[in-house]
Design a protein around this ligand. Structure first.
Ligand code: BGC
Ligand code: BGC
Length: 846
């Protein structure tokens, strides 16, 4: 078997190993040998990690002084909203994370100092021994800085990985990762859950934009660059100042699931799993990635979090991974036989640290219980702890002063120029009929579409929030929208710029740039059934049709997390640029679209497709999407090739939203179009948007809503009423919905509810169109018998609301819940559905 040696600093050789380390090495070897290495396999030759005896001695001496409780604490990672610095000290927790949309003090505008204070508080707490005589072990904080330090207000956000894939520029990716690492360190955080080295194969997957490409070679090259940029080069500046630990994620096959279903099943023979999805991991190991995150997905039906063969034999033994495996968000709880709070299987399979954001106390208790009854293998626990200590030592955490974060000054750097370069290089030109682009800035240019002036939309998911619901451009004090970037250059060149469709004809443009595309999403919320853009809604197509009336050329700038079937939009555009999710530096788009004042191209269109572009919305009989443009396609400005008119068959019919005849999903983790989740301030009547995966409080402080989990992350909301002012949460729509037909079919309003405290009286559910036709149903009695802490499905016939005075033909609020007193419960899955599914019926008021 050939052996490649992994490059790790401190070039120690076996000859120089001091005698007293030999026992330790024997011990390590015995642990490593408990799982047999796969045959010189489809995963390639075995990689032998270079041992560093001094480091191993240090690890051993710490381990020997640790108590069982401390070891168990080390393999747990809790979320910052659910574990205080005191908890870290008291339970010796190994790690904390902030989920997307979780900030110090839940303040999405938290200043840099707040992050640093909190990081400092955790660090200091962890440096106090859990108990007399036990070693102090620094805590590690992990974050998702997946396109820049994306949870931090004011940070520069880079294009998502899909855009970086289009640049194909590994030097650039490395520089971006390094810049991101600096920002992460500036907040006192030492660990980034990036890069995603998924090889997305089915564009319907909601995480496609986190993937560099469907080509394993390109993912391998860029993934390696990202790891080197984050951690530094193993040979010289490794994990020094301004560097953070990287995470290769999600091991393995996350991008290969059937039909692109998030957290789904990757069905492939092992050689293909290794060749497609495993390839980037070998390079990641060689680049020294210190942590690997297990995938939520399964391989041939078996959950990765419980996959001993892949986690231990392949990753640790064959690929020589000596860092630690972090689980994904409660991912262990999905293993059959496990729950979030009780799961030895994940540890046994090779997960070294549990990401158990909320319920870590309970998991800790069951782990200790198993240990006391001899069910938790000590050598496996020790191996996990050793790995965690190894990574913490390599990262230099033990060698930093406890007050290191406070004693160094820091700021978030502006990386605008670097990000802007990335934007420029990521743009892929798909159509340029008659050589329309680049445009002279010295003319009348109109910029229209809902993506024209929306930095949140151009940044996508994982932006200041998990799902990327960011509010207004004020959420980006340093950012530039695509319109702003264009307008600035046009004005400087003496041209005129106009924003939006209002007043467009009067402006009399020479050319129109239409910016539109997908709204932000993350993970499974972005999964699609077909690749059609806006199925059933012709919103942007209608806009293009209106623009055609002006008889001037139209350039489309398409914002999306993936290639989509847009033949109708391509046909209605003279030029078409795929811009992916460029991030905060919208000016990079103008750099490519516009010439200099003398008409010279400044930046050619150099981006090339990282994924094939689909020719139709649905797969063919073999399950493949035929390509309109192959991977690698992209026009340059010299290319003179017009695009013929493309077939438009396959377009879904326009949905008439006004009359609802089928089941309606109103809320299943986020409010579905056209519904919106809001807080209602009863005194003022004001509505506060509450759709995002972040906590919201009404101005009066009467009601607080926070995301929580039922089946999936963030698919539920916990609502707490703090006073009797009667503030409410509601699901509302601007365009009235006609639910009459549904009601005649006996449809009910159904929802999942979990009481977190005793059911309050009074509690009422309202449906209304406007104040004149509100209908209230009291829920109090129906809730009294329900067990606290358990989910129940409740249903109320729509006819009840009609009887109580609602006009079901014009409903604007389908669900408004208010409590007249302190109360707390969680809610999920709100629907209007035919009476097929079982639910506890709430009786109609007489
Ligand atoms: C995602 C991971 C992420 C983690 C922590 C999970 O939902 O799958 O990619 O690192 O959350 O936010
Ligand atoms: C994400 C968080 C999100 C949570 C919802 C996690 O995976 O990282 O950002 O708030 O899921 O439960």
């Amino acid at each position: 078997m050939n052996t490649t040696v992994r490059k790790i600093p401190s070039q120690s050789s076996w000859q120089r190993i001091p005698f007293r380390s030999l026992t330790l090495i024997a011990l390590l070897a015995s642990v490593a040998c408990t799982a047999k290495a796969p045959p010189d396999s489809v995963w390639g030759p075995q990689i032998q990690p270079t041992a560093d005896p001094q480091l191993e001695t240090r690890i051993q001496s710490i381990l020997e002084r640790m108590s069982l409780e401390q070891k168990v604490g080390q393999i747990i990672q809790a979320e910052i909203q659910h574990a205080t610095p005191e908890d870290v000290q008291r339970y010796g927790l190994g790690s904390v994370l902030n989920g997307g949309g979780s900030f110090p003090g839940l303040d999405r505008r938290a200043a840099l100092d707040r992050w640093r204070e909190l990081a400092g508080a955790y660090r200091k707490a962890s440096r106090q021994p859990m108990q007399e005589g036990l070693p102090s072990i620094p805590v590690l904080w992990g974050t998702d800085a997946v396109h820049g330090h994306s949870n931090v207000f004011g940070a520069t956000l880079f294009p998502h990985n899909i855009g970086l894939g289009a640049t194909r520029n590994s030097e650039l990716v490395r520089a971006i990762a390094q810049a991101t690492a600096k920002d992460v360190r500036a907040t006192g955080i030492d660990w980034n859950f990036a890069p995603t080295i998924a090889v997305a194969r089915d564009l319907r997957w909601g995480r496609t934009y986190e993937s560099f490409s469907s080509d394993p070679d390109l993912v391998t090259r860029l993934g390696e660059a990202a790891i080197l940029g984050l951690q530094g080069n193993p040979e010289d500046d490794w994990l020094g100042s301004g560097r953070v630990l990287a995470t290769a994620k999600h091991f393995v096959g996350d991008g290969g699931t059937r039909d692109g279903v998030d957290q789904g099943d990757t069905r492939l023979p092992e050689d293909q799993l290794a060749a497609i999805h495993g390839r980037p991991y070998r390079a990641a190991m060689e680049a020294g990635a210190q942590t690997v995150m297990a995938s939520f997905s399964s391989w041939n039906g078996q959950k990765m979090h419980g996959h001993h063969y892949l986690l231990t034999e392949v990753l640790k033994n064959t690929l020589g991974f000596d860092g630690f495996v972090i689980g994904d968000w409660n991912g262990h709880g999905q293993i059959p036989g496990c729950t979030v709070t009780d799961c030895l299987q994940a540890l046994e399979a090779g997960v070294d640290m549990f990401m158990v954001p909320e319920d870590w106390r309970e998991l800790r208790a069951t782990l200790l219980e198993h240990a006391r009854h001899g069910r938790l293998a000590t050598d496996r626990l020790d191996d996990a702890v050793r790995r965690i200590l190894r990574v913490k030592l390599r990262a230099g955490l033990f060698d930093r002063a406890a007050d290191e974060i406070e004693s160094t000054s820091a700021q978030l750097d502006r990386h605008a120029e670097l990000a802007r370069q990335a934007v420029r290089e990521s743009l892929v030109l798909l159509k340029n009929d008659g050589g329309l682009l680049p445009l002279s800035p010295n003319q009348r240019i109109a910029v229209v579409g809902d993506g024209a002036d929306d930095i949140g939309k151009q940044s996508g998911g994982w932006t200041l929030d998990w799902q990327g619901v960011t509010g207004t451009n004020e959420s980006f004090p340093n950012g530039q929208s695509i319109y702003d970037g264009i307008a600035k250059q046009v004005h400087e060149a003496g041209g005129r710029a106009h924003l939006g469709e209002a007043g467009l004809a009067d402006f009399s443009p020479d050319v129109i740039i239409a910016v539109f595309g997908e709204n932000p999403y993350a993970e499974g919320q972005g999964d699609l059934e077909t690749l059609e853009f806006q199925p059933g809604s012709r919103k942007d197509l209608d806009m293009l049709d209106r623009l055609a009336g002006l008889k001037v050329p139209v350039v489309t700038v398409f914002l999306s997390g993936r290639p989509l079937w847009v033949n109708p939009h391509l046909n209605r555009s003279n030029a078409f640029l795929a811009a992916w999710l460029p991030g905060t530096e919208g000016g990079g788009v103008a750099d490519v679209l516009l010439t200099d004042t003398s008409g010279q191209t400044r930046h050619d269109a150099t981006g090339r497709l990282p994924f094939p572009w689909p020719a139709g919305p649905v797969p063919d009989a073999d399950g493949h999407f035929p390509a309109l443009f192959e991977i690698g396609f992209g026009l340059s400005y010299e290319d003179r090739q017009d695009l013929p008119v493309l077939p438009e068959d396959g377009m879904s019919p326009r949905i008439d939203a006004s009359i609802v005849k089928d089941e309606v999903v109103v809320f299943d983790g986020y409010a579905r179009q056209p519904w919106q989740l809001v807080l209602v301030e009863t005194a003022s009547g004001a509505l506060i948007e509450a759709d995002g995966q972040i906590a919201r409080t009404s101005e009066t402080g009467g009601v607080v809503i926070t995301p929580t989990d039922r089946h999936l992350q963030g698919d539920a909301r916990r609502v707490r009423w703090l006073d009797s002012a009667g503030d409410a949460i509601a699901l509302v729509t601007d365009a009235p919905a006609d639910l009459h037909a549904l009601s005649q079919m006996g449809a009910r309003l159904t929802f999942d509810l979990r009481l977190e405290s005793t059911a309050p009286h009074p509690l009422s559910l309202v449906v209304d169109c406007d104040p004149s036709c509100r209908a209230t149903v009291a829920l109090g009695d129906a809730l009294q018998p329900l067990a606290i802490g358990q989910w129940h499905r409740l249903g109320i016939e729509l006819a009840c609301f009609q009887a109580a005075g609602a006009d079901l033909t014009r409903i604007r609020r389908v669900f408004e819940l208010s409590a007249g007193d302190r109360a707390e419960f969680s809610l999920a899955d709100v629907r209007i559905e035919p009476p097929a599914r079982p639910a506890t019926d709430v009786e109609c008021p007489d």
